[in-house]
Design a binder for this molecule. Structure first.
Ligand SMILES: [Zn+2]
Length: 149
């Protein structure tokens, strides 16, 4: 998956946990841990790998988007959760832990065939859904007046 999708998923997982796990007094540690773990679940899904320049460009856009939401709400944790969601790839790229790289590779989708490019459209749809979820859940976007009861 792209870093952008991991960023958005991490932020969305945190936002979802904070909204729904209201009996937990401090959701931050669990929310960040769930965001980190979301990385492995997403990597297991068959996907097309974009080149690193695209990865960095899309990651920057997604990161700025989440940062904008954090600025609007005054809550930086969804942004930090986004970072947690993308962190496993950063750890792998840094090469600081071969054991972690093996763990990451264990969960990562292994293509036994040429991966079709159109899978990127499915990932783009997922990323857009996650972005929309963040807008609605974090900013509490009201429904249009025609949908109010
Ligand atoms: Zn990964």
């Amino acid at each position: 998956m792209t870093g952008a999708t991991h960023l958005l998923a991490g932020a969305a997982v945190y936002s979802l946990a904070r909204t729904n796990l209201t009996r937990i007094r401090n959701i931050v540690p669990l929310g960040l841990a769930l965001a980190f773990c979301s990385h492995f679940l997403l990597d297991a899904v068959p996907h097309y790998e974009l080149s690193m320049p695209w990865q960095y460009a899309l990651g920057a856009v997604a990161g700025l988007f989440i940062l904008l939401i954090a600025w609007r709400t005054g809550d930086l944790y969804p942004f930090l959760a986004g970072i947690a969601g993308a962190l496993p790839d950063a750890i792998c790229i840094s090469g600081i832990s071969p054991a972690f790289n093996r763990l990451h590779d264990f969960f990562h989708f292994k293509a036994a065939f040429p991966v079709p490019f159109h899978l990127i459209y499915q990932e783009a749809a997922l990323a857009l859904f996650l972005a929309l979820f963040l807008v609605v859940n974090e900013l509490g976007a009201p429904l249009p007046t025609s949908h109010r009861h």
